[in-house]
Design a protein around this ligand. Structure first.
Ligand code: SF4
Length: 381
């Protein structure tokens, strides 16, 4: 074990901010347990220590038509191809109705970069949904979609965001971040540059909306690219304070053009270490989310000891990373079971991390299957 990380961990535990050089040392170290312990300590100080939150929402991908090509994406279809779709408003409402029945509070809606959708299309969609479901949160359209509206409608980002907010948008998902460094981005996608992604987020926060920030690593990036990504997110957060959470995950390779070329994949430990270092470096972001959908439920649960304080969403529907091979499913009971198994009280939240309390939620926990201890007795009988 190297001792080089301890002075850095002491520094962060005493409240000092890490430099990008510190961040590099932590990511290069193999001392992931010590790094994880420090991240967990910071998480306990920053968030309610006995609680892990989760959200009930639904991913709706309103279209798979996409005007650009990302080599890591197995979801998009080029305009005019036979298996393209655009959901009707009735289809979207049906999915929202199903989400509400399950106790859902919002929808995460994203789609491909459709070549014909100007801002009016998005405004109409938001207005219709807000009229139909006034209290339901609309967490929609990642920065590449906002940039696409800019290209089609010729409006600047701040005008777009103000108009979408006025139409009913509640917050923005941080998708499309991948690695925020053009050396990597330009090799794998043409959807928007690092600067454009960051500038959309500045505009989102400027009009008073909040957003998440994400990172997808393992797409040909190295540690120096990951450090630059974290530094850029932290810098924007210093300016605006608008990010609610940071969510790192690893590239899902199946059915993707890039997946056929990449020979070295991040391991489970690489994921946990990235998560822990994110918690330590991003001292200005309140929540760090475990990505159980991409890492599996058990590694997602383990992430709760490496700096994560939130388990994300139950997955009623997901089409993008599942097209690339992420196949884990979980309902609310499963997620609560994993959270309690890690020693925390599960707590539903909304998109802005406000607690949501539903009647009879304890009955759901009571319906867990027999405990392991009881099971072994049953087998012995
Ligand atoms: S990741 Fe998004 S922008 Fe890129 S090809 Fe897929 S749908 Fe299009």
């Amino acid at each position: 074990m190297s001792d080089s990380v301890q002075p850095i961990l002491d520094k962060v535990l005493s409240g000092e901010r890490l430099t990008s050089e510190d961040c590099t040392v932590l990511l290069e170290s193999r001392d992931f347990v010590r790094i994880g312990l420090a991240a967990h300590e910071i998480r306990l100080r920053k968030n309610e220590p006995d609680v892990v939150t989760y959200i009930i929402d639904r991913n709706i991908n309103y279209t798979n038509v996409c005007n650009v090509v990302c080599t890591f994406c197995a979801f998009y279809r080029r305009p005019g191809k036979p298996d393209t779709y655009v959901h009707s408003i009735e289809e979207i409402c049906k999915r929202i109705d199903e989400t509400i029945v399950l106790g859902g509070t919002g929808v995460l809606m994203q789609g491909g970069l459709h070549p014909d959708f100007g801002i009016e299309w998005y405004e109409d969609l938001l207005r219709t949904l807000k009229a139909e479901y006034p209290g339901f949160q609309l967490h929609c359209f990642s920065p590449p979609e906002i940039h696409n509206i800019h290209l089609i409608s010729g409006l600047d980002y701040a005008t777009i965001m103000q108009r979408l907010k006025d139409a009913g948008l509640n917050s923005l998902p941080g998708g499309g971040g991948e690695i925020l460094d053009d050396e990597v981005r330009k090799r794998v996608s043409t959807k928007c540059t690092t600067q454009e992604w960051l500038d959309v987020m500045r505009a989102v926060h400027k009009v008073g909306l909040r957003s998440t920030a994400t990172m997808m690593f393992g797409i040909g990036d190295n540690i120096s690219h990951r450090v630059k990504h974290l530094q850029r997110v932290r810098d924007v957060q210093d300016e605006t304070g608008g990010f609610t959470a940071f969510i790192p995950w690893t590239f899902q390779r199946e059915n993707t053009a890039l997946g056929r070329k990449i020979t070295v994949e991040p391991t489970g430990i690489d994921y946990l270490q990235m998560l822990a270092v994110s918690r330590l470096f991003l001292d200005n972001i309140q929540h760090i989310q475990a990505s159980w959908l991409t890492q599996g439920l058990k590694l997602g649960q383990t992430a709760l000891g490496f700096g994560a304080d939130d388990m994300g969403s139950i997955m009623i529907e997901e089409n993008v990373v599942s097209a690339a091979g992420a196949s884990t499913c979980a309902n609310e009971r499963d997620l609560r079971y994993q959270i309690r198994g890690a020693g925390y009280r599960p707590q539903q939240r909304d998109i802005l991390y406000n607690y949501v309390d539903r009647e009879n939620i304890d009955e759901l926990d009571g319906s867990d299957s027999m405990k392991l201890g009881q099971l072994s007795v049953a087998f012995a009988d």
